[in-house]
Design a protein around this ligand. Structure first.
Ligand SMILES: [Zn+2]
Length: 121
């Protein structure tokens, strides 16, 4: 028998039922919930998101891959210092620039590094 505890072990049934209810509500009202998160977290309305989406032709602002080729909606990318929205990015690109500390200099150095090694092929 495994020592692993189930995530819901010890959690009252009422709490589990409330979580399930929230999950159902989210999936039944996904667009509304996503709009609420964008407004609360990034300060943009659905119309503003859609405007950026159309301007980017539904593609990630970095890799250019269309939303339909990703499993999740494009992320709102913002400047962490000013909270200004910069654009929409796929999860991979958003994580990538985040791991490079949103630094243009580090991204350039990474590109130069990759190019230097690609030139050896
Ligand atoms: Zn991308």
């Amino acid at each position: 028998m495994s020592n692993k505890r189930l995530p819901e072990a010890g959690v009252p049934k009422a709490v589990l039922a409330r979580r399930a209810q929230r999950r159902r509500y989210y999936w039944d009202n996904k667009a509304l919930c996503q709009a609420q998160v964008r407004r609360r977290r990034y300060g943009i309305t659905s119309q503003e998101y859609d405007k950026i989406y159309v301007a980017q032709k539904g593609c990630c602002a970095i890799c250019g891959v269309h939303q339909s080729d990703h499993t999740r909606a494009l992320n709102v990318d913002y400047d962490h210092a000013t909270d200004d929205v910069r654009g929409l990015l796929c999860g991979g690109c958003n994580s990538g620039i985040g791991r490079l500390q949103d630094s243009a200099e580090l991204c350039m150095k990474a590109a130069e590094y990759l190019q230097r090694h690609a030139d050896r092929r």
